[in-house]
Design a protein around this ligand. Structure first.
Ligand SMILES: Nc1ncnc2c1ncn2[C@@H]1O[C@H](COP(=O)(O)OP(=O)(O)O)[C@@H](O)[C@H]1O
Ligand SMILES: [Mg+2]
Length: 384
């Protein structure tokens, strides 16, 4: 792990106005729009061929005084392959531009945890050490952290032979490695049948099956809770719930829009849904459930701080299914800005807005924290 002192030294050498940077994908627009609203210049790092959203459609236009007229992305730097962001000269260029990198899933997908922890000498707004816990293949991951925190998570089913109720099998897609090859099964025979079908169609690979996570399927709607934790505030005031999103997944959400007779007419292969995320929608939660939501948020913050000091610094998301008692079960964690926060891009979210009395998106909250830290002379406390 790059010593925190080294990163502190880098930010100590930054000019009064650093620049907010993010990898161009995932939640980069939310990050850029939020940063621009808080008066920062923004920088998006994109892979060649994937930049036009940022470089053309959301490019900033400013008046001679620097006031924003439209757009929110001031600069786009492109790389032949995204992993080249970690090349020494690319890093030096980022430091010269006084970049503060807001980590999103694109960053941790395109750079390995090792590269982020050992090589990337660019300040990260948030917790560098916690990015690794998202990798299910790691021995210590979000499941072990949830367990330590006493937060309900879906029980693991050790082997296909032990399937005695509905499970979800989590493994990557055979070819599109960043996508999912998930499937569900309610019995060993269903597992074997689907396994064979998906292998034959090249959706999953035998090598991934061996290390696949099989866990109980929680029946209940998905609520992704987008939290923020401020290390600058008193501990009792640190946790905020900004917003809640749910995903649209293809082909799953398309299939459930078909009446059952039509589903049954589909060819066998089309009946197994894909879990490819294609969009998000906004939700609120029944008010009596909120207290439990805050309780698991607090526990997560405490456990993360104990196991991965300095713990959560800023945005994080707990992805849950809610049962009929309104109890959340956390099936996934993002120890950084979540994937669905564009739902409150610019307009904020009912919860964030209620708290702040102004439009408060996740991107803006992150930038506000950097702004506050700068004003307090405590920037070193929000970066790693
Ligand atoms: N244990 C579970 N019970 C029910 N649905 C689940 C469970 N785990 C995952 N899912 C569904 O699968 C989707 C993707 O799962 P997730 O664990 O978030 O994968 P990823 O890490 O690839 O984002 C979720 O949005 C949810 O709809
Ligand atoms: Mg997830």
């Amino acid at each position: 792990m790059i010593p925190r002192g080294e990163i502190e030294q880098i930010v100590a050498g930054y000019p009064a106005e650093p620049r907010i940077a993010a990898v161009g994908s995932h939640s980069a627009l939310d990050i850029a729009e939020g940063a621009a609203s808080e008066g920062f210049r923004t920088l998006v790092l994109a892979e060649q061929g994937r930049e036009t959203t940022y470089s053309r459609y959301f490019r900033s236009v400013r008046d001679p005084a620097g006031q924003r007229i439209r757009g929110c992305v001031d600069e786009v730097w492109t790389y032949p392959r995204f992993s080249e962001v970690a090349a020494p000269d690319a890093q030096a260029r980022l430091r010269d531009a006084a970049a503060l990198l807001v980590p999103n899933r694109a960053l941790s997908s395109y750079l390995s945890s090792d590269a982020i922890e050992r090589d990337l000498r660019v300040p990260i707004v948030g917790s560098r050490a916690l990015l690794r816990i998202e990798e299910r293949s790691e021995r210590e991951n979000y499941y072990t952290l949830l367990e330590a925190a006493g937060i309900p998570a879906p029980a693991a089913v050790p082997s296909p032979a032990e399937i005695d109720g509905l499970v979800i099998v989590k493994l990557p897609h055979a070819e599109k490695r960043l996508e999912r090859g998930f499937f569900t099964a309610a019995s060993r025979s269903e597992f074997e049948r689907k396994r064979a079908g998906l292998l034959a169609r090249g959706v999953i690979a035998e090598a991934d099956l061996a290390s696949a996570r099989i866990e109980r399927y929680v029946i209940g709607p998905v609520f992704n809770f987008n939290f923020f934790f401020s290390p600058l505030a008193a501990r009792s005031d640190g946790l905020e719930l900004l917003g809640v999103d749910e995903r649209r997944e293809s082909s799953l959400d398309g299939l459930v829009r078909l009446p059952a007779p039509q589903q049954l007419e589909l060819p066998e292969a089309a009946r197994i849904p894909d879990y490819t995320v294609v969009g998000h929608a906004s939700l609120t939660v029944r008010e009596s459930i909120l207290e439990e939501v805050f309780r698991i948020g607090e526990r997560f913050v405490d456990a993360a701080r104990a196991r991965y000091p300095p713990g959560i610094l800023g945005a994080f998301t707990l992805q849950t299914c809610l049962d009929r008692d309104g109890k959340p079960t956390v099936f996934d964690v993002a120890a950084r800005i979540g994937g669905g926060t564009n739902i409150h891009l610019s307009v904020g979210h009912p919860y964030g807005n209620a708290l702040w009395g102004e439009p408060m998106s996740t991107g803006r909250r992150i930038a506000r924290e950097v702004r506050t830290a700068l004003q307090m002379g405590r920037l070193n406390e929000v970066v790693t």
